[in-house]
Structures are given as structure tokens and as C-alpha cells.
Design a protein around this ligand. Structure first.
Ligand code: MCN
Length: 794
């Protein structure tokens, strides 16, 4: 490891500007001749839109113009495209009804955008919005997930019978039935995976401009993938040629998946910039974000695990209803299917698995990827079932896992549900986590808690996830409508300083630091002399952006490849200057040398020679030192690990206190231990939020969101968290260039099951078998005091 190379923990470069208030966020940007827009949103969950009367609003002070769905339709604006089409068990494509950027004829959730009002100020636009009269005919709404696909439910789209987008499945149904037929014991569970709102610190925002002179559009947007927005919006929605559309995602204050979609607001703002000849700015309010940012999770699942008499898992059956809301969001149908069911094997050798997923429309905000996206849901099913099986078979919770775990020696391991795990050490992670948590010492701690009138429980969760999305060939077979490679350019300047242009987007993950570490390690250039550029389609060649913990394993791999190409070219130049054979040139620690001698040239000397090619092999080598690489991964990346949570419950109030949390995670080779630790802390915190605090609640009768602000939707705060003990257990990936695995989501995947397992463990004296998330004081109290409540029963 060179100084600040791979494995070091230099301070984050980007924090210089963030901590000194010099970040460049869309909402703070001021552009010339800028007007301000607001969206008028539906107050109904489901209603016909008979007419939108804008005359009074158009005449209001400051109003520049108003757009409705009819205006967009008349201008030929396309619907928002879906980036991933899935195919049902019947071989038919999913139902894919249109998703207009402004509602046309019908609204399908509270928050569905009906009109856009542009005025000189945001206040004037807001006042004018109140003057718009929308003639709605309210319709019964399909809100509750199970009822939405039951016979007689209100129909959200005329041509989507039963509100079923797709009935999808994976695995061998016959083999699974056969396993269940010979089972010694079957552990069963029905659970709800609670709906979450992402709430990144910076709400979404967009600014668009159009230059009539050259037909050039620019959109600044809070996005995790500006090139994909350019592709989707330019090619499918607004019909703007790619070279005339610049999309910039500058500093973005967190995304967590929520900013990984092409949103209606981006298209409307860009359309409005040309239509009204003004710069157009829209900034989402926090409460508006609750009803317009895509949500996460929201499953209802029935699952069963078949075991033989020794406690070995012989089969698993899962039926899930996955909510995708009122329209298909960019990746909506992919999340409860491809990113969920193939992870149901977990770290276990279950030989037969079958999973059916009913992907359902409801009159709620569209649901899409949110940190973990499908994989926390899968882990929750598996790890809750395993705990229930242990309890029912009278086995120790660690032992039943140990008995069924894939041993390190069995990797690469082909699961029965598509995934081939390349490497891992589940047992190693679990043993270390148990030791770190002092698992053996728990009974003593529990006894002390009991003396103090508290219920104490401990919960274990293991996991493996698939991230680093993904080999394009496989993704294509699974329905992806684009590639999932990444690109990087390494531009070496004549002075030897380096600018990297990369297609991923950093919005909290520290890429400016970790990617500079990779280049520093590879090229021997000082960490301070390397800048990382991302987020601008005019500066960066191309890119698929950041999600699915792919930036390091796919983008970092492209960067390593481009760096290697710089070295390869440098060797040719060095060979010429040193009058040696290229084969004899070695490159180490920033110096090209003739092997076995001390004759050499520094990286900076070679860079200068490339740009001042007076003494240069011009016949065979072009001047300049800039290399580009695209990298398409050969497999997903499979981080894994084990987490242990310990809780104390006050039986009088139902209050759960998380008293200890440990995790041992295998994220392969670690580039920056400090950043990885921060990522783990952030992910675990979101997992704690899901397990104990967060729940997006809709009124099932009206479809109104009952938790549409921070007064009703509880985000985790510092005093909800213990001090975490997180360690890494690196088992290098065999499928990624540097042995790295993703780390961005693992905390949110491991945490919910560990915590609920601990809560249920603490409630063992009350014979509570399962508790749905979030384990709020009210739910826990009822589980203790009211055995008739469903969550306390079978
Ligand atoms: N890293 C490392 N060594 C490893 C793995 C990762 O040093 N073995 C470093 C990477 O170089 C990078 C960071 O850790 O700097 C995260 O890397 P990676 O796992 O590749 O994840 P991404 O950068 O692709 O980030 C996406 C992931 C996802 S999917 C969500 S959601 C998420 C997350 O990261 N959203 C975040 N972490 C977030 N962190 C913040 N602060 N804000 C968000 O919105």
C-alpha cells in the first residue's frame, strides 16, 4: 500500500467543500432569467380528471404559464419509461400502462401531478396553483396491498385486470413441493415488510434552460445517474437528441435510491424551459417529497421453511405481493422480483426454493429501489424463518445456522435461485460476530435486566447480497433495457497531475477520495494530485450512475483498467526514452525502470514526454496520455456477513432500546476502511429505522397518507442508536479486478432481521412468535398485553 493508496484511510477530499459550506446544490443555484415552478398535485388517491380550469390562475400576478397533461399530450411528450421489463410465469410481459408526466384523464395517487405553474417567484406560483379548479370525480381507491389484487377491487388501469402488473416466479416448484412432502417440520410465517420513505437530507430539485440559438437544453437535477436521465428523458419523453441535452447532477445531498429514477418533474421543467423561454427552477418541499419521491419496500409475504429431523433446511416456499404503487417507476418491477427472490437462499444450502411474486398496482406513490432494494426484504424473510424454525425445533439459533451454512470451501456456490456466489465465509463472519457480541455472556446480561424489570433479547442475522449491478448480458436476460457497465477516463496532464472522468455519481459515498486512492495506488501519483469528475454529461463520456452498490465494483474496475492502460502506454514511451525493450520495463511506485537496473523515468517525466513528443516513438505511439475503459462485470458482487443486535424492552411502555449492535461484514478488499465503516454505520442506521421507527401509513379507505411529515414519520436520530462495533472480514471477490465487493447497502440488509429477532427473543416469555416492523412501543406493548392482537398470534 502506497501512502493514501488502497487500504489507507485519508480524510475525505470532498469534505473540504461540504464542511465549509461550499457545496454546489441545485436548490442553491441561481441562473439568469430564472422563473420558479410548482406542481399542483392530486388530493385524491383515485379520481377521474374531467377538466382543469386554469383561466383565473393564468391571470394571477407573476404567472408566466401553466402546463397540464393535455398540453404535454398535444406536444407529443411521451410517458415516463420503465428501465426494466419483467416477464411473468405465463411467459407474457408485465402490464405496462402509460405513466404521463402530468396526469391525463385520471389521477392514481395522492400527489400525482396534475398541473405545473410557472411564475416569477415560487410564492406567486403557489398562490396561482390555488386558483386552478380541477373537476375531479373521486373513485374508490385500491390501497391495501392484499385487497388491491382481490376480486372486486377498484381497477386502477382499465387494461390491467385485478391490478396485477405481473405474476412472476423463480425456482423449481416441483422439487420444492417434493421437499415439503418429506419434511420433518415446516416453519411458517406471514409478514409485512413495511413501506419506507427515503427522505435524503436534500429534497429533489431541478433547473432547466433552453438556448434557442443552438437548440441546446441543460438540466441540473438531483440525480444519482445523469447520463441515464439524459437517455430516458431525451430519447423517450421529450425527443431531444442526446448531443443537444446536457444533464448535470452536481453535489447531491444523499440519494439512498430515491434519486435513481427519471422523474416527471425533470421532464416537465425541461419542457417548460423551451415552451416559456425562461430558465425554470423547481425545488421540492419536504412534505411534497413524501408524496412524490418513490417509496421503498412494502411487501406482504407468506413463507415456509421445510426441515429434516436434524434441522437441515430442505426446501423454502415464498409467496410475496410486492407493491409498485400507482404507476411503474423507472425500476419498480425489478425490485420485488429479480433483486429479491434470487437472494432467498441466503447463506444456506437450501436445495429447493420456489418464490412467486405478485407485482401489484395500488393507489399509492410509486415504489422503487430504496437502499438495499429487495435484498433487505429477502434477508428478513430468511432470517425470521430460521429463528422461528430454531424455536420450534428447540435448536440453538446459532447452531441451526451453522448446520446449514455454505462452508467457505464450497464457494463458488450455485444456489437454486440463479445466483452463483463467487466467494465468501459466512461461518467466519458469524463466529466473529458472536464473539464480538459476547453471545455466550448474554444469559448473564439478561438476568441482570430481569432484576431491573426489563426484558432483554439478542438477535442474530446473517446475509449475503447481490450488488454491483450487473453483467449486462444477464441483466438483459432478466429484462433490463440498458447495459450495466461503467466507464472511466484517466486524463494525465503534462505535469503528471490526473483528472478522472467517471460515470458513477457520488452523493455521500466518498468517491472523490476512494477513486483517487485507486489511481494513487496504480500510478504512484500523489493523492492530492488526482481529481475525480462526475455528474455532468458534457464532461464525462458516459455512465450508468450509482445504485446497487456498484460504483466501486463496476466503476472502480473501469478506473483500474484505464489506469493499467496508462501504464501500458507509459511503458512504450519509457522503453523508447531508455533505449530498452518494452518487455524489460517495469512500473512500480510511480517509476518506469529497466528491470534489474536503477535506470528509469518518473511518471511525471513520461507524462511530459507524451505531450512534448520531441524524442518519442511517434511511428508506433500517439502523443498524449489519456486512456479510457468501459467495464462490464462478469458477475454480481456478493458481500455477506453476520449482525447481532441486543435490545432491552420496558414491559410497561413497550419501548425498545437498542443496547448493543455488532456486525462483521465481508466486503472483499477494502479500499478505505474509514469510508467503509461510515457506509456500514449509515446502512445499519437505516436498518434500525426500518425495524424500530419508520412506517409510511396510508388510510386504507381514502388512500390519504397518514404519515406525510416528520411529525408522523419517525426517522432515526442519534439518541436511537448505540455505539456500533463493525468489523470487516475480507474474503476477496474472485470476479472483480481488485477483489472488492460493494458495501453501500449491507448495513440496511443485515440490520432489520437482527433487531426483530432480538425483539422477539426478548418477548419470549409472552410467547410472541413474530412482530412486524416497525417494533414501535405501541406494537410491542400490545404484543405483551393483548394476546388477541394479530401480531402476537400465529
Ligand atoms: N468502498 C471501499 N471498499 C470496499 C467497498 C466500498 O472503500 N470494499 C468504498 C467505495 O469506494 C465508495 C463507498 O465505499 O467510496 C461505497 O461504495 P459502493 O459499495 O461501491 O457503493 P456506491 O458507491 O455504489 O454507493 C451506492 C450505495 C447505495 S446503493 C445507496 S442506496 C447508498 C449508499 O451507497 N446511498 C447513500 N451509501 C450512501 N451513503 C450516503 N452518504 N448517501 C447515500 O445516499
Amino acid at each position: 500500500m502506497g501512502q493514501n493508496g488502497i487500504g489507507a484511510s485519508p480524510r475525505r477530499k470532498e469534505d473540504q467543500r461540504f464542511l465549509s459550506g461550499r457545496g454546489n446544490y441545485v436548490a442553491d443555484m441561481q441562473r439568469p432569467n430564472m422563473a420558479h415552478g410548482v406542481f399542483l398535485r392530486s388530493p385524491h388517491a383515485h379520481a377521474l380528471v374531467n377538466a382543469v380550469e386554469i383561466a383565473a390562475a393564468s391571470a394571477a400576478p407573476g404567472v408566466i404559464g401553466i402546463l397540464t397533461g393535455a398540453d404535454l399530450a398535444a406536444a407529443g411528450v411521451g410517458g415516463l419509461p420503465c428501465g426494466w421489463g419483467i416477464t411473468g410465469t405465463d411467459g407474457l410481459p408485465m402490464k405496462e400502462p402509460p405513466h404521463p408526466a402530468l396526469a391525463q384523464g385520471k389521477v392514481r395517487y395522492v400527489g400525482d401531478a396534475v398541473a405545473f405553474i410557472l411564475a416569477e417567484t415560487a410564492h406567486e406560483a403557489r398562490d396561482a396553483a390555488e386558483l386552478i379548479e380541477v373537476d375531479y370525480t373521486p373513485l374508490p381507491a385500491a390501497v391495501d396491498l392484499e385487497s388491491a389484487i382481490a376480486p372486486g377491487a377498484p381497477q386502477i388501469f382499465d387494461d390491467v385486470p385485478g391490478n396485477l402488473c405481473c405474476d412472476w416466479s423463480i425456482g423449481d416448484a416441483a422439487a420444492t413441493e417434493a421437499a415439503f412432502a418429506k419434511a420433518h417440520h415446516v416453519a411458517k410465517l406471514k409478514l409485512v415488510n413495511n413501506r419506507l420513505v427515503g427522505n435524503p437530507m436534500e429534497p429533489r430539485a431541478a433547473i432547466a434552460e433552453y438556448e434557442g440559438a443552438n437548440g441546446q437544453y441543460t438540466l441540473w437535477t438531483t440525480s444519482q445517474f445523469p447520463h441515464v436521465v439524459r437517455m430516458l428523458m431525451g430519447a423517450f419523453v421529450l425527443n431531444i437528441p442526446q448531443h443537444r441535452l446536457r444533464v448535470v447532477a452536481p453535489d447531491v445531498g444523499g440519494g439512498f435510491g430515491v434519486k435513481q429514477f427519471h422523474y416527471a418533474e425533470e421532464a416537465v421543467v425541461t419542457f417548460a424551459a423551451k415552451r416559456f423561454g425562461r430558465g425554470v427552477k423547481w425545488v421540492c418541499e419536504r412534505s411534497e417529497g413524501f408524496i412524490s419521491d418513490a417509496h421503498g419496500r412494502d411487501h406482504v409475504t407468506e413463507a415456509a421453511l421445510a426441515l429434516d429431523a436434524s434441522g437441515k433446511f430442505i426446501g423454502m416456499k415464498v409467496v410475496t405481493i410486492g407493491n409498485i404503487g400507482g404507476y411503474i417507476s423507472t425500476f419498480g418491477p425489478n425490485i420485488p422480483t429479480n433483486l429479491y427472490a434470487p437472494l432467498l437462499a441466503g447463506v444456506y444450502m437450501t436445495p429447493a426454493i420456489h418464490c412467486q411474486v405478485k407485482v401489484a398496482f395500488t393507489n399509492t406513490v410509486p415504489v422503487d429501489a430504496y437502499r438495499g432494494a429487495g435484498r433487505p426484504e429477502a434477508t428478513f424473510v430468511v432470517e425470521r424463518l430460521v429463528d422461528i424454525a430454531a424455536m420450534e425445533m428447540g435448536m440453538d439459533k446459532a447452531e441451526i445456522r451453522r448446520l446449514n451454512m455454505i462452508p467457505r470451501s464450497a464457494f463458488p456456490y450455485q444456489t437454486p435461485v440463479m445466483m452463483k456466489y463467487d466467494s465468501g465465509d459466512p461461518l467466519g463472519c458469524m463466529d466473529r460476530a458472536l464473539a464480538l457480541a459476547d453471545w455466550e455472556g448474554f444469559p448473564a446480561r439478561q438476568a441482570i435486566a430481569k432484576q431491573q424489570g426489563k426484558l432483554r433479547g439478542v438477535g442474530l442475522s446473517t446475509y449475503i447480497e447481490a450488488c454491483g449491478l450487473a453483467p449486462s448480458r444477464i441483466a438483459g436476460q432478466l429484462g433490463a433495457r440498458g447495459g450495466l457497465y461503467e466507464s472511466a477516463t484517466v486524463r494525465v496532464h503534462p505535469t503528471g497531475h490526473v483528472t478522472v472522468l467517471i460515470g458513477t455519481h457520488s452523493h455521500g459515498q466518498g468517491h472523490e477520495t476512494t477513486f483517487a486512492q485507486i489511481v494513487a495506488e496504480k500510478l504512484g501519483v500523489a493523492f492530492e494530485d488526482i481529481d475525480i469528475v462526475y455528474g455532468d454529461t458534457d464532461r464525462v463520456q458516459f455512465g450508468m450512475g450509482t445504485y446497487g452498490s456498484r460504483s466501486l465494483v463496476v466503476g472502480g474496475a473501469a478506473l483500474a483498467k484505464a489506469s493499467d492502460r496508462v501504464i501500458a502506454k507509459g511503458k512504450k514511451i519509457a522503453a523508447h526514452l531508455l533505449e530498452a525493450s518494452e518487455m524489460d520495463i517495469e512500473f512500480t511506485e510511480g517509476r518506469f525502470t529497466i528491470a534489474g537496473t536503477d535506470r528509469g523515468k518518473s511518471f511525471q517525466e513520461i507524462a511530459l514526454a507524451a505531450y512534448v513528443p520531441h524524442d518519442y516513438p511517434l511511428e508506433t505511439v500517439d502523443p498524449g496520455l489519456e486512456e479510457q475503459a468501459y467495464h462490464d462485470p462478469v458477475n454480481f458482487s456478493f458481500p455477506g456477513g453476520a449482525h447481532v443486535a441486543e435490545v432491552e424492552i420496558d414491559p410497561d411502555t413497550g419501548q425498545v432500546t437498542l443496547v448493543n449492535y455488532v456486525g462483521v461484514d465481508d466486503v472483499g478488499t477494502v479500499i478505505n476502511p474509514m469510508i467503509v465503516e461510515g457506509q456500514l454505520h449509515g446502512g445499519v442506521t437505516q436498518g434500525i429505522g426500518q425495524a424500530l421507527l419508520e412506517h409510511c401509513v396510508y388510510d386504507p379507505a381514502t388512500g390519504q397518507m397518514l404519515s406525510g411529515s416528520f411529525q408522523d414519520y419517525c426517522m432515526p436520530r442519534a439518541d436511537n442508536l448505540p455505539s456500533f462495533a463493525m468489523q470487516t472480514h475480507p474474503v476477496p471477490s474472485t470476479d472483480t479486478p481488485m477483489g472488492v465487493k460493494g458495501c453501500g447497502e449491507v448495513g440496511s440488509i443485515g440490520a432489520p432481521a437482527a433487531i426483530i429477532n432480538a425483539v422477539v427473543d426478548a418477548l419470549a416469555p409472552y410467547k410472541v412468535r413474530h412482530l412486524d416492523m416497525p417494533a414501535t412501543p405501541a406494537r410491542v406493548w400490545r404484543a405483551i398485553h393483548d394476546k388477541a392482537m394479530p401480531m402476537a398470534a400465529e
